[in-house]
Write a protein that binds this ligand. Sequence first.
Ligand code: ZN
Length: 166
Amino acid sequence: MSPRPPRETATVPPHIQTRLEAAGLRRTLATRAVLGLFLAKPTDGLTHAQALGALTARGLEINRVTLYRLLDRLAACGVLQRHTDDQARTWRFSLAPLETDAADEGALPRFECDACHRQFRLADAGAPTRAIAQDLLDTLARLGHQGERVDVSVHGTCSSCVESAA
Ligand SMILES: [Zn+2]
């Protein structure tokens, strides 16, 4: 563990920091630079190639493969989310919304379109779904299992794909 200059702690929001620590990801220069990219552009997604280009433009020398792995790890720990980009035929990464972190309340239900692989968080479906999640966890507990989280995910076809197929 190296001491962190206080200036840097302000640049990584606490909820992201929590997820990085939970995943055992070290805050290397590359990690901070990549996070900086996405924090500066919170809405638009970036492909691997765009992220690499932006980092290089900022003077960070990062190996292609290292960046690919880093993006995947950030997606795996819930800091970034991944979407398929049909036009570029690649993954597009963006900052995951804050709600993803609702670990103690149970994760929000997700809907994934099987056609375009976009994911939608169903924030409105919160309370009843959490009750179901709690019921499942209680059932597990009675059997002596330790359930930690329930992911509710629904697959189907999103409204825009339904429209374009019609
Ligand atoms: Zn779709």
